[in-house]
Write a protein that binds this ligand. Structure first.
Ligand SMILES: Nc1ncnc2c1ncn2[C@@H]1O[C@H](COP(=O)(O)OP(=O)(O)OP(=O)(O)O)[C@@H](O)[C@H]1O
Ligand SMILES: [Mg+2]
Length: 241
């Protein structure tokens, strides 16, 4: 499904946070959003997910207006919000349960691939930050919606764990027919994962530039070291200055 964001604006009190944000996420695309802290990235996701109402503009799914409506997008918030009274497996199947068809076998397989096979019956308080993020991601992936919004899913991780998670995320995502909108502060992460990168300005946030990441898929760690990757990294850094 395609997601269209049309001229979204949002103020809190008399502070304009987001101004005239317009872009489209095509089916199967991976698009990252980069912007300074406090620029309004999470607010944008809250508008897309229907948790907040915009002052102006529209959100369209397959050309049908869904502005301010919840439930159309699967959303992984900045803090992974697992239910503390549910086990890892029960948390992973939550999204699919809402449709009445929880797929426990698939959830188990995905958890095993994410090195959580021994933790199926554990509770969230027994997990590390990275483990919680993997469970929250699998839950979003197993939800019926075809569009996922991930808000800085790897921001709390050290760079080693982060690279493992990025690789795992790409491998898992490539087997699913889902589109991803991904918020990050990390330029390398955005380039490594995305088809396109939307760069936001701040006060208020507007779209400063959209950059295509022209690397073929599947992507491997070699990409990080290539001349081309460095060239694009420089381009993004210059845009952010
Ligand atoms: N419900 C709210 N009421 C008032 N102000 C808010 C509200 N939510 C966010 N803000 C303000 O809006 C601005 C944008 O916040 P937002 O959380 O969207 O930023 P962000 O780009 O996600 O930042 P970060 O990268 O640190 O997560 C901030 O100045 C924040 O204080
Ligand atoms: Mg945020």
């Amino acid at each position: 499904m395609s997601l269209k964001i049309e001229s979204l604006s949002k103020s809190f009190g008399d502070r304009l946070i987001l101004s005239d944000i317009t872009f489209t996420l095509q089916p199967g695309e991976f698009v990252s959003i980069i912007g300074p802290s406090g620029s309004g990235k999470s607010t944008l996701f809250h508008l897309i997910g229907g948790l907040l109402q915009p002052d102006e503009g529209q959100v369209l799914l397959e050309d049908k207006e869904i502005t301010g409506e919840r439930g159309h997008i699967s959303y992984m918030p900045q803090q992974p919000s697992l239910f503390p009274w549910r086990t890892v497996l029960q948390n992973a199947t939550l999204g699919s349960e809402l449709t009445g068809a929880p797929n426990e076998e698939l959830a188990k397989q995905l958890l095993q691939k994410a090195n959580l096979g021994d933790m199926l019956k554990a509770y969230p308080h027994q997990l590390s930050g990275g483990m919680k993020q993997r469970v929250a991601f699998i839950r979003a992936l197993l939800s019926p919606q075809s569009i996922m919004c991930l808000d800085e899913p790897f921001s709390d991780l050290d760079s080693f764990t982060k690279k493992d998670m990025q690789r795992w995320l790409l491998e898992t995502w490539e087997q699913y027919d889902k589109s991803i909108l991904f918020i990050t502060h990390d330029i390398e992460e955005a380039l490594f994962l995305s088809d396109r990168i939307i760069i936001l300005s701040t006060n208020p946030a507007t779209i400063k530039e959209v950059i295509e990441a022209p690397f073929s898929r599947p992507r491997s760690d070699q990409l990080y070291l290539s001349e081309e990757f460095l060239k694009w990294k420089k381009k993004v850094v210059e845009t952010l200055l």
